[in-house]
Design a protein. Structure first.
Lengths: 245, 386
């Protein structure tokens, strides 16, 4: 029988106790169930962290259920890739649980600057129609291709996957306690599944009618949010305090 | 397109009789005395003089609105006074209470940040998600408390919609005053796509406030921090924040109104104004254009300080959603085709009665809310002068 004071310690001890016992499948069940629960519990924090990137870019996409499902799927898949790459690199470097604040801030600063760059590019280019009166209508159709947003969704999803938000760090600490890299990756996958449930309501943004006003507002909002992330990223890279003035 | 020469103005309505105007003004006079004198509590003689001056000022303006049947010009005197006197009274109050204008982080942690209406749209989502107000102020504070301001805002907004921005906002008066200075605009052609920017600022600030768990607009973008309560800069980032406040104030509230004769901060930036536009749908008062009388001379479009009229909207017989109900278009129309209107009635149904109903609500609120602020500003000046 394992005795413990807190829920976290209890889970951890239980997992290790089960690791050593004759019930490894139970340990796996507890670990990945815990990852899923952690993801579900952290979901609101994840959507608030990703909301400034996701909402305007979704509003800039085509209206309707299908385009939004496609956009969100690509965004989330790229986010998962970001999770996994970070987990592999951090595991190899032994930094999954013990990354010092200074390099963590640098990594986040770099991710913010990249995120801002992609947002600026996306705000500038998304569904940009040709205004030249001499342009052929077919050329305008190319500019409005339904696939043009996919690269943006993938880039934004990947970069938000690298964003070291508190739930992600919590998952990293827990994954580091597992026995192998594969187990840690699987832990992250279940954590990702748990958080992804919270993203499903974003599909309802597809019901909003798209007209010039909505498109312009979405693009302007992306540029403003990009400006914020850029200033935050630069401040982090320069080692300046972003809070506590 | 018809030119000015082709517009045959209809005869302007004659001024109302003095006695009738006085009778119509009497309720506002009584309301002013009740609201501004605080019977039994206000014993400071300078404050009493300030209250008396404000009551005379507000009542006289309403009388002129009744007598001349025009709105915009008289409202503007009140609104510009409000915009100028608010920082005077507020800054004086800060200096007396705290000793300095810049708010340090300790004051925020203690929940002593004065609450204005600007962050209201930013508080909604975090409150809905977490039942937490992301503002470092006091909910039930005796002065500048969150609950009192939200209750006041809600009551006024449900009745007046975006009329708040013309009769209650204590920031808009500065730029309206600036816009009134030059005889004509230096920049006449404005890209109307900028009208969408307040909505973008609103969307970005709401999302960032939720992500950062702080009122992002107040922390980074509010131009009026420059003349009210700025961030006490203790490091480079604080300096950057203050530089942003000052640059936005200088550009949007001083320079652009001087060059365009428009309320540029309200038209092109203010997220609260965008949020407030939504409530034009709930208000029963609106401005309508009677197509039977309208010759599209576009005088109304040029007169609108907020770019709330377009050729398309005039053709539809209505203003855009961002209309602040200031009355400029109604007053300038040579054919009286633009009228105050109560939803659910015919356009031509007694527009002067609709105007009176709106003005009683708006001016009662202006006396109660703006009048108190003007009184405080006048009292501050009297304290310095006498």
């Amino acid at each position: 029988m394992v005795e413990c004071d807190s829920v976290v310690v209890c889970h951890s001890s239980l997992t290790h106790a089960l690791d050593d016992s004759e019930h490894p499948h139970m340990a796996v069940f507890v670990s990945y169930g815990e990852a899923l629960a952690l993801g579900l519990a952290s979901g609101p924090a994840c959507i608030t962290a990703c909301g400034p990137v996701l909402v305007p870019s979704l509003l800039a996409a085509h209206a309707g259920f299908k385009p939004h499902v496609r956009y969100l799927s690509v965004f989330l898949a790229a986010r998962l890739v970001g999770y996994m790459i970070f987990a592999v690199v951090a595991w190899e470097l032994g930094l999954l649980a013990s990354m010092l604040p200074a390099p963590r801030v640098l990594l986040m600063g770099a991710a913010y600057v990249l995120l801002a760059s992609v947002l600026f590019w996306y705000a500038y280019s998304v569904r940009r129609s040709c205004t030249q009166p001499c342009a052929d209508s077919k050329l305008i159709q190319i500019g409005k291709s339904r696939n043009c947003g996919i690269a943006g969704a993938a880039s934004l999803g990947f970069l938000t996957g690298l964003n070291l938000c508190p739930p992600f760090v919590a998952a990293g600490v827990r994954a580091a306690q597992l026995g192998s890299m594969a187990a840690a990756l699987l832990f992250f996958f279940f954590f990702f599944l748990g958080t992804s449930v919270w993203f499903v309501p974003f599909i309802s943004l597809g019901c909003i009618v798209r007209n010039q006003a909505v498109m312009t507002v979405a693009r302007m909002a992306m540029a403003l949010i990009a400006l914020y992330y850029l200033s935050l990223g630069i401040a982090m890279l320069l080692g300046k305090k972003t809070y506590g003035y | 397109m018809a030119t000015d020469a082709h517009i045959l103005p209809l005869a302007r309505p004659a001024p109302r009789g003095i006695l009738r105007s006085l009778l119509l003004t009497l309720p506002i006079l009584i309301w002013s005395l009740l609201m501004l004198f605080h019977p039994g509590t206000n014993t400071d003689p300078k404050s009493r003089i300030a209250a008396a001056l404000t009551a005379i000022f507000m009542t006289a303006l309403f009388f002129m609105m009744m007598r001349t049947r025009s709105t915009y010009r008289w409202r503007r005197y009140f609104f510009v006074s409000l915009g100028i006197l608010f920082p005077i009274g507020f800054i004086h109050n800060l200096l007396v209470m705290r000793g300095f204008m810049g708010i340090p982080v300790e004051e925020m942690i203690a929940g002593r940040t004065p609450f204005c209406f600007m962050p209201i749209p930013l508080l909604i989502l975090p409150a809905a998600f977490t039942r937490t107000l992301v503002f470092p102020g006091s909910i039930l504070g005796s002065q500048h408390g969150i609950a009192a301001m939200v209750a006041l805002w809600l009551a006024i907004t449900l009745v007046m919609g975006k009329g708040w921005c013309s009769y209650a906002c204590f920031f808009g008066g500065i730029e309206e005053g600036m816009a009134a200075i030059p005889p004509r605009a230096k920049i006449r052609k404005l890209d109307t796509r900028w009208r969408y920017l307040p909505w973008a600022v609103l969307l970005a600030m709401v999302l960032l406030s939720l992500a950062l768990f702080e009122p992002a607009y107040c922390m980074w973008l509010c131009p009026f921090k420059a003349v009210t309560e700025y961030v006490a800069a203790r490091n480079a980032l604080g300096l950057v924040q203050n530089a942003i406040f000052v640059l936005l104030f200088a550009g949007l509230v001083i320079m652009l109104p001087l060059l365009t004769k428009k309320r540029t901060q309200c038209s092109f930036f203010c997220p609260f104004g965008a949020f407030q536009s939504i409530f034009n749908k709930t208000s029963i008062f609106e401005i309508k254009i009677d197509p039977a009388h309208c010759k599209p001379c576009l005088l109304c479009q040029n007169a609108c300080p907020n770019l709330s009229l377009s050729k398309e909207s005039i053709a539809r017989g209505e203003t855009l959603l961002s209309c602040m109900k200031c009355g400029a278009c109604v007053d300038v129309c040579p054919r009286q085709a633009i009228v105050w209107h109560i939803k659910g009635t015919e356009i031509a149904w007694k527009p002067e009665r609709a105007r009176l109903m709106f003005l009683y609500a708006a001016w009662a609120m202006a006396v109660m809310f703006g009048g108190s602020i003007i009184t405080q500003g006048v009292a501050t000046i009297l304290h310095f002068l006498v």
